[in-house]
Design a protein. Structure first.
Length: 202
């Protein structure tokens, strides 16, 4: 019979072996962890009761209370709305974000708001025109429009869009990936340009 100590030791060795493995980079806007939850999702926390339980073939304890406490309450979310411009008219904000309506949306359709999830087509490129990410021509992607889950340029630039609208966002580095960048595709201190088409809000 395997003792609890031996079972724990075998699990710890296996976990430590697997933990450093990489899984590739996600699209730049997609969070590696839920909003408000820090840390490397591939790192193993040896004190985590869920890891212990799974390794020993037992039912892991619920994390509902932990996750719920990390999600901002509706009253804590910033109220941001960037109204559509005339098609082709660019607006520059004090924080350096510039946005332009490329195609008008349905004026009576659902509107993107902080705290909701948005379904979009998007293309991201550097100031020199180099594309670093896109789902154009594929399937739209859904993101929670919450601070901490997306780059700040999206949190600042997407609210106010109506379904069907296409908008260009020119995002200064401090609202994107800052002086760290997002290697290997996005260098440090990069201005980013996104074309975003809103196809759904929920």
């Amino acid at each position: 019979m395997t003792t609890p100590l031996r079972r724990w030791s075998l699990w710890a060795i296996a976990a430590a072996t697997v933990a450093p493995a990489g899984c590739g980079q996600p699209p730049p806007m997609v969070p590696m962890t839920p909003a408000g939850v820090g840390g490397d999702p591939l790192a193993v926390n040896f004190d985590d009761e869920q890891y212990k339980a799974r390794a020993l073939g037992e039912t892991p304890p619920s994390r509902e209370s932990t996750v719920a406490s990390s999600v901002p309450a509706p009253g804590d979310l910033p109220q941001i709305v960037r109204e559509p411009t005339e098609v082709g008219q660019e607006v520059e904000l004090e924080n350096g974000l510039r946005y332009t309506t490329l195609k008008a949306g349905d004026p009576e359709g659902p509107r993107a708001e902080v705290g909701k999830s948005v379904t979009v087509f998007y293309r991201g490129s550097l100031a020199n025109g180099t594309e670093f990410d896109s789902n154009m021509g594929g399937q739209p992607t859904t993101f929670p429009l919450n601070p901490g889950s997306l780059i700040q340029g999206w949190i600042e630039g997407i609210p106010g869009m109506r379904v069907g609208e296409r908008r260009r966002l020119i995002i200064p580095a401090q609202l994107g990936y800052g002086d760290r960048g997002s290697p290997p595709k996005i260098p440090p201190n990069s201005e980013l340009t996104f074309e975003v088409e809103l196809v759904g809000v929920r």
